[in-house]
Write a protein that binds this ligand. Structure first.
Ligand SMILES: [Fe+2]
Ligand SMILES: [Fe+2]
Length: 306
């Protein structure tokens, strides 16, 4: 079934069919006569409200939860437009993926950025061995390709499909600049490169297509360490145990004062690059969304835009 054009479907009285995506669990509210369901269908940066009046119809959503559904909807209006769901079934079409419905960064943008960042750090002294190992780890079957699909966050910076790779490779470019400014870091260039790109790798399991994953409470630092442990033999074969332990320390402490504190200089460097990249990106995203060209920063109050 084709993906439903949500905006078109909103036309009052129009009945249409298509696939839709529910990214967070809808609410069941008490009505005058019966309970009804209110939720949102998501497509790209937009979402459209839907209502399901019949309990036997919304039971399907309660049973299956977040995911892709095939629906028949009618454009409706009451205090604004919404879609009345007349029929809904959990989609069995394996060719349609949740990522098809979500706001996404273009694949070419990530590919170009990755190439540029690799060149940059290689010019600053990173070895071919490090790049080869990194590529092998990023394409490890256990990741199911999701390092290149998941977002960097659910609600903050780079919360789009491919946001995790975007955030990680932007950080790698910043690292390239630092490496070229600090020649004494040359001997640590491989460690810092693997640390920067893999610091958030656990988000592949903490998140699930920009929503919290099933086991979100075991956070991305724990899951990143677990991934690293599975790759331990490979990493030690390419380097040594010290390198592996230093990488562990980067994953453990990269949140600085907002988690386990850094225990190595390498970890502190990754933490500073992470903070710089995520804060600048988050701030600019907030400014773009702002209706009065200003943003609120917790410690500083309001900041005027440009
Ligand atoms: Fe993180
Ligand atoms: Fe990060």
């Amino acid at each position: 079934m084709a993906i439903l054009d949500l905006q078109k479907a909103l036309e009052l009285g129009l009945v249409s069919n298509g696939s839709v995506y529910i990214s967070s669990m809808p609410q069941v509210r008490q009505g005058k006569r019966n309970d009804f369901m209110v939720g949102k269908f998501v497509r790209g940066a937009n979402s459209v409200e839907f209502k399901i009046w019949e309990e036997r119809t919304f039971k399907t959503v309660l049973n299956h939860g977040v995911g892709i559904y095939d629906v028949e909807v009618e454009g409706s209006e009451y205090n604004g437009s919404y879609l009345t769901v007349r029929r809904i079934a959990f989609s069995s079409d394996k060719t349609v993926k949740a990522s098809d419905f979500l706001a996404a960064l273009p694949e070419e943008l990530i590919n170009d950025l990755q190439k540029k960042a690799y060149t940059r750090v290689q010019e600053a002294g990173v070895s071919d061995k490090a790049i080869a190992l990194l590529e092998e780890l990023l394409h490890d079957p256990s990741l199911e390709g999701r390092f290149f699909l998941e977002g960097a966050a659910v609600s903050h910076h780079d919360n789009q499909i491919r946001g995790l790779a975007h955030h990680s490779f932007k950080m790698l470019e910043i690292l390239g600049t630092i490496l070229s400014q600090q020649p004494e870091l040359k001997a640590q260039a491989d460690l810092l490169t693997l640390g920067v790109v893999l610091h958030d790798v656990g988000k592949v399991w903490e998140y699930d297509n920009l929503s919290m994953g099933e086991y979100w409470y075991s956070n991305h630092r724990a899951r990143g360490l677990e991934f690293l442990a599975e790759q331990k033999a490979k990493i030690i074969a390419a380097y040594d145990e010290k390198f592996y332990r230093q990488l562990q320390a980067i994953i453990i402490g990269h949140h600085g004062e907002y988690g386990d504190r850094p225990t190595t200089v390498a970890c502190a460097i990754v933490h500073y690059i992470d903070t710089l990249e995520s804060q600048v990106t988050g701030m600019l995203e907030d400014l773009q969304r702002s209706v009065d060209n200003r943003i609120f920063v917790k410690d500083w109050g309001y900041l005027a835009g440009f």
